[in-house]
Every structure is written in C-alpha cells, then in structure tokens.
Write a protein that binds this ligand. Structure first.
Ligand SMILES: [Zn+2]
Length: 241
C-alpha cells in the first residue's frame, strides 16, 4: 500500500512538472508568434535622438497625466515630436488591428465602415486617385501599406541627425493621422465585441485616448473627421483630463 501511495505521489509530481513544462513551452511559442506577427513595423533605432523622445513619451505616459504626456517637451522640435508619435501610433494600431484580423474578413466587413452612417472609399491621391469602394480588410491593407511607405520615406521621415524635415511635414503627418483614425473607428464600430472577448478593450481605450489627446494638443485632425467616434471621444476626454 505504502509503495502504491509513493508511486501515486511521484506520478502526481511528474504530472505537475509536465504540466509546468507544457505551459512554459506554450508561453514561449505564444511569445515567439506574437513577436513574429506583431513586431513593430517601423523601428526607431536605439541610441538615436528620436529613440530618446520615444522613451520620454513612454515615461511621461506612465505618470498617468495624458494631457501633460502629449505636450511638446522643452526645447524639442515639433516636427520631430509629431514624427516619433506618429510612428508609435502606427505601430500601436497595427498591433491592435492585428488582434481582430480573424474577424475582419471580406464576408463580415464587405465595406469599410465606421457604424451605419460612415463609409470610406480608398484613394491615396497618387496611385489611386479615384476613390474605390472595397472591403474593410482590403481598405485597411491599402491604408497601412500607404502609411508604411510614408514612414519609410527618408525625405519625409528623416531618421538621421541633422537632416531637416520638409516644410509640408505637418500636412503629411495630418493626412497619416486622419487615415489612421479610421482604423480605430472601424475597430470600435465593427469589432468591439471581439475586442471585449479578447480582453483587449483597456489596451484599445488607452491607445485611442493617447491618440486623441495628441491630435487635440496640436490640432492635427479636423473635427468633422472625428465625428464617427465623437461620443466616445467626449466620454474619454471628459472623464479624466
Ligand atoms: Zn472589419
């Protein structure tokens, strides 16, 4: 009897060890795939001034005061501040949309919408001049590829120290942010239930709130463009400032 008990105990220990091993293996694989798919699409090189700015933004965000966190840090260049934050928002949106891509399909989202009242047609002004009606996944693919192309353009987003920004840089950034807003709008209107299921809503809200505070601080998106999420914006910006 005694040896049977010992045997059982050993089995239980082995089983729990195996379970722990399996869990850690699954976690590692999960992390691996997470990084494989959601690695920031645009990297700000470590050691650069822009990297310092990004770190500054992250540190002030941690203070919880978003209005303060989005302000231009003392002595910094507005263009560079807007550039670093635009890259950061692009990476965040890329990651957030990545979590709902399984639900955002040709069948489920045949049009790019933000609720029943707003529909977007894609045009980038250069390759596609006449707006085309397409599904949401297609539209967002066009949009994110277009933004990526802008961010990778060294003449628009110079990464080297001393290379100046073009005079129209803020206009370029405004167009990028205006378009990125539509991805938030689509996620909120069409995929919020999936976001809730994935328990990503806090992440989405924090990211969107930061985005809105930032564009409000520098007046980067027209009010009329923000209408599809107006109620949410009022809720998020009046609750705590
Ligand atoms: Zn969708």
């Amino acid at each position: 009897m005694a040896s049977l008990e010992v045997h059982k105990e050993r089995l239980a220990v082995l089983a729990s060890q195996f379970k722990a091993l399996l869990t850690s293996f699954l976690k590692t694989t999960q992390i691996f795939f997470y990084f494989l798919f959601f690695l920031p699409k645009k990297n700000i090189p470590e050691g650069s001034h822009q990297y310092e700015l990004l770190k500054h933004a992250e540190a002030t965000l941690g203070s919880g005061n978003l209005r303060m966190a989005v302000m231009l840090p003392d002595g910094e260049d507005l263009n560079e501040w807007v550039a670093v934050n635009t890259v950061d928002f692009f990476n965040q949106i890329n990651m957030l949309y990545g979590t709902v891509t399984d639900f955002c399909t040709e069948e489920k989202c045949p049009i790019m919408s933000a609720g029943p009242k707003y529909e977007y047609h894609w045009a980038d002004g250069t390759n596609i001049k006449k707006p085309i009606k397409c599904s949401a996944p297609k539209y967002i693919d066009y949009l994110m590829t277009w933004v990526q192309d802008q961010l990778d353009d060294e003449t628009l987003f110079p990464s080297k120290i001393g290379v100046p920004f073009k005079k129209n840089f803020l206009n370029v950034a405004k167009t990028i942010l205006k378009r990125l807003f539509r991805v938030y709008a689509h996620i909120y209107h069409q995929h919020f239930d999936s976001v809730m299921q994935l328990q990503e809503e806090a992440h989405l809200n924090t990211s969107f709130k930061h985005f809105i505070f930032f564009v409000q601080e520098f007046n980067l998106i027209d009010r009329k463009e923000l209408v599809p999420l107006q109620e949410l914006i009022e809720k998020l910006t009046t609750k705590d400032r």
